[in-house]
Design a protein around this ligand. Structure first.
Ligand code: COA
Length: 260
């Protein structure tokens, strides 16, 4: 399908999805959600895409949330479907068997912040502003915000953000652990590319095992999480890459991983 609200390109192992409604600060309307749903499947299935970067078009926004204009006239039943659909689509990012990175180039509000939180790693421009402002519309976060925000920054900070609807600056987001790096806006995509290169030099199977162990382990008790780790660790020993990695260390050279 040709996409209208997003752009997608795959280059040198990196798939980049750009949310592309800059005149609306990349607000996530239902068409964009349908396109993301399909694009996430495409990226998951495409072996040429080893890592996913999500960013926003223009220099003002990653995404300023769900498209508020679509809320008027929504019934409780359609609202329930809306929320469950957003959960399903964003879980595709969280569960994607390859690393996902949010390049937060401006406002990441509401559904934009929620999409960012579904990514494995978020780098933000120093100009970015983040928050869950739904409360100011008389509603609440419905695309994972109440759950992922508290898991990332703790219950108290999550409540402060979601109860006030306040936007916070990128530096504050870094301080509370909502993003993991802040860089000057002009350097954002370059820094994200450097991060991609560091990750791409590793083996795909081990990358997948790390992501899956951290994800699955974060929802269970420690003993169960350690068991998930042990199983994932043992699976790494089925790969050619583990032989290559150990040999390369002993031969004092860079490893050449094949992803198998
Ligand atoms: N849904 C639909 N349209 C949106 C939008 C959203 N979430 N966020 C911004 N837009 C639109 C604005 O309506 C405006 O359109 P217009 O030019 O046709 O009037 C355009 O994007 C530019 O936004 P504007 O508000 O003029 O920019 P600003 O710099 O004055 O303010 C924000 C920027 C982000 C503070 C402001 O747009 C905002 O509060 N947006 C809503 C954020 C939100 O509540 N998100 C959660 C939704 S659940």
């Amino acid at each position: 399908m040709g996409f209208e609200s997003i752009l997608i390109k795959i280059e040198a192992g990196v798939a980049t999805i750009t949310l592309n409604r800059p005149q609306r600060l990349n607000a996530l309307n239902q068409q964009m959600m349908r396109e993301l749903d399909e694009a996430f499947d495409d990226v998951t299935a495409d072996p040429a895409a080893r890592i996913l970067v999500i960013t926003g078009a223009g220099d003002r926004a990653f995404a300023a949330g769900a498209d508020i204009k679509e809320f008027l006239g929504m019934s409780p039943v359609t609202a329930l479907d809306f929320s469950r659909n957003a959960h399903r689509v964003y879980q595709k990012v969280e569960r994607m068997p390859k690393p996902t990175i949010a390049a937060v180039n401006g406002f990441a509000l509401g559904g934009g912040c929620e999409l960012m939180m579904a990514c494995d790693i978020a780098y933000a421009a120093d100009t970015a502003k983040l928050g869950q402002p739904e409360i100011t519309l008389g509603i609440m976060p419905g695309a994972g915000g109440t759950q992922r925000l508290s898991r990332l920054v703790g219950k108290q900070k999550a409540k402060e953000l979601a109860l006030t609807g306040d936007m916070i600056a990128a530096e504050e987001a870094l301080r509370i652990g909502l993003v993991c790096r802040v860089v000057p806006a002009a350097e954002l995509m370059g820094e994200v590319q450097k991060l991609c290169q560091r990750i791409l030099s590793k083996g795909d199977v081990a990358l997948r095992m790390v992501k899956e162990a951290i994800e699955a382990g974060s929802h269970v008790d420690l003993a169960s999480g350690l068991e998930i780790e042990a199983k994932s660790w043992s699976l790494c020993f089925t790969t050619e890459d583990h032989v290559e990695g150990v040999k390369a260390f002993m031969e004092k050279r860079a490893p050449n991983f094949k992803g198998r």
